[in-house]
Design a protein around this ligand. Structure first.
Ligand SMILES: Cc1cc2nc3c(=O)[nH]c(=O)nc-3n(C[C@H](O)[C@H](O)[C@H](O)COP(=O)(O)OP(=O)(O)OC[C@H]3O[C@@H](n4cnc5c(N)ncnc54)[C@H](O)[C@@H]3O)c2cc1C
Length: 577
């Protein structure tokens, strides 16, 4: 793998940080009047010592984190990716063993303070908004998917900040971080993966304590990492057998109270343990209220995990594109480097276009979550019962629509980019000695776990259709971008206008369909909505650059819009025949 600082070697990623992200509101929302810095002054709470006290300080702090992330991931984790994939994990006598190199890297990453990226400072976390987290995770996933999960799974427990009571938050979050826990999403069972409302693991209250019994499948990191422990955030049935989603509650279960009965042999992410586990009267600590396990808490956790998969796909596509670009510059055929052969240059250009579109979409999703989540968390913590205001409702809707759009699109597209990377390498790409073969295998899980593409489309379609209504939030979000692009870049923006009109047309056709025909066409509508958003985000961000850089990015945005318009027109044909 290319070795280097994955922050400083990636101009597009840096452009997002330095020029494209609208920081003002995100910093205002996340830093909340810089209350951590004020609290540090008055209480001396050491956890808040690094808290910024101005916009400038916040940006400097966020960039330092990204630079440190880029350095450790790009210079060290990336070099472990291939040997750890070859070595894999051992399972013997009920115990999973990670190679010592992974354990050492885990300790180094932890000691550098980079592990708890998703938590707020007051609980011992780094304290950065989701847009920074997304860029950080992108760099670690560019280095390696399996090791990224092994070192950073604790971040799944950020869901406790929103839904656990104060006592549980204050006890468990610092413990999970300081005692170096790995954290697992305890959802899937052998018979129920997408169909989570039907899961069978039971939880009963016995002598005042919750006890869980059942088995779970595909539990990433449920074994912990060698001597370091694990905790599962497990979904279990507290209602009757037929109680459906409303009978499900959410528990924290310690790894020491469950049995790991095996690990899977897999196509990719081989250095990440996928465990089969058994619960036999395992003690569970209830999170939030009984009965809201799936509808509120697991959905919240999955939304965080889906953002993380969006970073995974963007990082993986970036790795594949950079590796292909380097190889194509060096590989000579017919007396010249293959990147000068139009058919190869075309593949590389598509890889660039898509990687940049993916990063825009990842940031769109993370930023929508930032706009909603911190407002909502403040209201929850203050125990405010008043109804959500209009802005909060708008961002809630956008976050819950754009997050599955990002998970679906980026995970599908990173597979396609990894496929093309192998093509650029020719025969060498098919050989395990080169990294692109591993990237291709590792990409395949991204559109399956944390909800398959089909489940993401189901999650997004309602928000797309209602959001495109006359007063819908998605329409006004897209229209705002389109107006800006048209104002600043007319007349070149014509293609963006046409694409937006095609999206409107597809939504109208979709609304007129009946029964199963609707389900058959959801994908096409979500695809065009996602491509329209990406297309406008690429064009809008080009306006933040100047000179040649601006022209070049706008050209890329146009190429992307042309391809998207073709997809939209083909979808229209399919939907109207
Ligand atoms: C390596 C790996 C790691 C994992 N890590 C974890 C983990 O840490 N924790 C955890 O809980 N789970 C984990 N999983 C499980 C993963 O989330 C599930 O495999 C995934 O959600 C799909 O469920 P399933 O495998 O049961 O497939 P199924 O639900 O059986 O789906 C099979 C097919 O049917 C489609 N389908 C099913 N229902 C619908 C529907 N309503 N509409 C449209 N299409 C549908 C699916 O899209 C898919 O194409 C992991 C899986 C793997 C392979």
């Amino acid at each position: 793998m290319i070795q280097g600082n994955y922050y400083t070697d990636n101009e597009d990623l840096q452009n997002h940080f330095k020029h494209f992200i609208d920081w003002k509101e995100i910093i205002d929302l996340y830093e909340d009047g810089f209350r951590d810095a004020q609290e540090y002054k008055s209480t001396g709470n050491e956890r808040l010592a690094m808290a910024p006290s101005s916009h400038e300080e916040a940006l400097t702090f966020y960039e330092q984190i990204l630079d440190a992330y880029g350095d450790l991931c790009g210079n060290e984790m990336s070099q472990l990716a291939a040997p750890m994939d070859r070595q894999g994990l051992k399972f013997e006598n009920g115990k999973v063993t990670h190679p010592p190199e992974i354990e050492k890297f885990f300790e180094k990453f932890n000691d550098a303070g980079l592990r708890p990226l998703a938590f707020q400072k007051r609980y011992g976390g780094i304290g950065v908004p989701n847009v920074v987290k997304a860029l950080g995770h992108e760099m670690s996933y560019r280095a390696d998917g399996a090791i990224s999960i092994s070192v950073a799974s604790v971040n799944l427990a950020a869901i406790l900040e929103a839904y656990a009571d104060k006592e549980m938050r204050d006890h468990w979050i610092p413990k999970l971080i300081n005692d170096r826990y790995s954290v697992t999403m305890g959802l899937s069972e052998a018979d129920f993966g997408s169909d989570l409302p039907s899961i069978r693991t039971r939880a009963e209250k016995i002598d005042g304590k919750w006890r869980l019994t059942g088995t779970k499948r595909f539990q990433t990191m449920a074994c912990g990492l060698n001597k370091y422990p694990a905790a599962l955030l497990a979904l279990a049935r507290t209602g009757g057998v037929d109680s459906g989603a409303r009978g499900l509650s959410f528990f924290l279960v310690e790894g020491k109270d469950i049995e790991v009965t095996g690990i899977e042999k897999k196509l990719g992410i081989k250095a990440s343990p996928t465990c089969e586990v058994a619960f036999e009267n395992a003690e569970g600590h209830l999170i939030g209220e009984e009965g809201h396990g799936l509808s509120r808490y697991v959905i919240g956790m999955l939304n965080g995990a889906r953002l993380s998969v969006a970073s995974q796909g963007t990082g993986l596509a970036t790795a594949a594109w950079f590796e292909a670009k380097k190889y194509a510059r060096e590989r000579i055929q017919f007396g010249k480097p293959i990147d000068q052969i139009p058919a190869v240059a075309k593949m590389l250009r598509r890889m660039e276009r898509e990687s940049k579109a993916m990063r825009c979409l990842m940031i769109e999703a993370a930023s929508a979550v930032d706009h909603y989540h911190w407002r909502s968390l403040r209201a929850i913590n203050a125990n405010e019962k008043q109804p959500k205001d209009e802005s909060m409702r708008k961002w809630e809707k956008l976050a819950s629509t754009i997050t599955p759009m990002a998970k679906y699109y980026i995970s599908e597209m990173c597979n396609s980019i990894a496929y093309d990377a192998i093509q650029v390498f020719g025969g060498a790409g098919f050989i395990e000695e080169y990294d692109v073969a591993r990237l291709y295998r590792d990409a395949r899980i991204t559109n399956i776990y944390d909800g398959t593409t089909q489940i993401q489309v189901n999650a997004a379609i309602g928000g797309v259709v209602s959001g495109m209504a006359e007063t819908g939030g998605l329409r006004s979000h897209l229209q705002g971008m389109l107006d800006l692009v048209a104002r600043e870049a007319a007349p070149e923006s014509k293609i963006q206008t046409e694409l937006f009109a095609e999206l409107e047309s597809l939504v109208t056709i979709y609304k007129g369909l009946e029964g199963e025909k609707k389900d058959f066409s959801s994908f096409e509508v979500v695809e065009t909505a996602t491509r329209t958003l990406n297309s406008l985000a690429l064009a809008k961000t080009s306006l933040k650059l100047s000179g040649e850089a601006r022209k070049e990015r706008f050209k890329l945005a146009e190429e992307y819009a042309v391809e998207s318009l073709g997809t939209a027109l083909s979808s229209k044909l399919k939907m109207t025949r």
